[in-house]
Write a protein that binds this ligand. Sequence first.
Ligand SMILES: [Zn+2]
Length: 248
Amino acid sequence: MKLKTNSGLGQRLMAGFAGLAGSAFVAHAAPSITAIGPIRRRLFPKLSGISRSNSLALTFDDGPDINSTPLFLEELDRLGWKATFFMLGTMAERQPELVREITSRGHEIALHGYAHKNLLLRTPQATDSDIRRGFNIISELAGSAPRFYRPPYGVLNLQAVLTARSIGLTPILWTSWGRDWRSKATPSTVISDLSHSMAPGTTLLLHDSDCTSAPQAYLSALGALHLLSEKVEEMGTTVERLCDHFPA
Ligand SMILES: [Zn+2]
């Protein structure tokens, strides 16, 4: 089943919850069901980052972070890979130079919201202003508007779907994650976790900052990139940005 537009996403999510539509909270929370990976991958492949591409889309959340993002940029250059960085407005406004550095190296900038808060706990008004504030900051710093939006924790609410549509953002979550935010994560566990649902045409999630996770958790993701390159070679595929994964 393929999603054609964000509007379609909102309509389908709401249709799925029509039997429960008596509650305003249910309407607000309905899109959050897509945070459950197996359900999302089956019912919402595009939202899960699954495309017809033969490559893997590589994405990073939670930066830009002056303590860690430059290390990822170096490693990505070494591997010859371009990736997509889902940025937080709170982080980007502290590191404007780093935003520009990421774009100048050919990576794609996307929006992770202004603050890293679970949208299920936010009102429609707070959701709307968070997305617009993050969008404006990141568009200005990057010099162009982001195309993709991924909410914190992968949790959407109805307002997030509506606001994203109104400013031209496409919500995208992920197919496979490295669980690299955990204090016990290592490069090997990251690769093992990524491998569960990794195949050509899927989207991978890692983090280039530990600002919302265990201190120095980013080291597990950073160390995993070299191991990932071996997997990618074994699979006979390549790595790409989301904008290449989903050509406009
Ligand atoms: Zn995040």
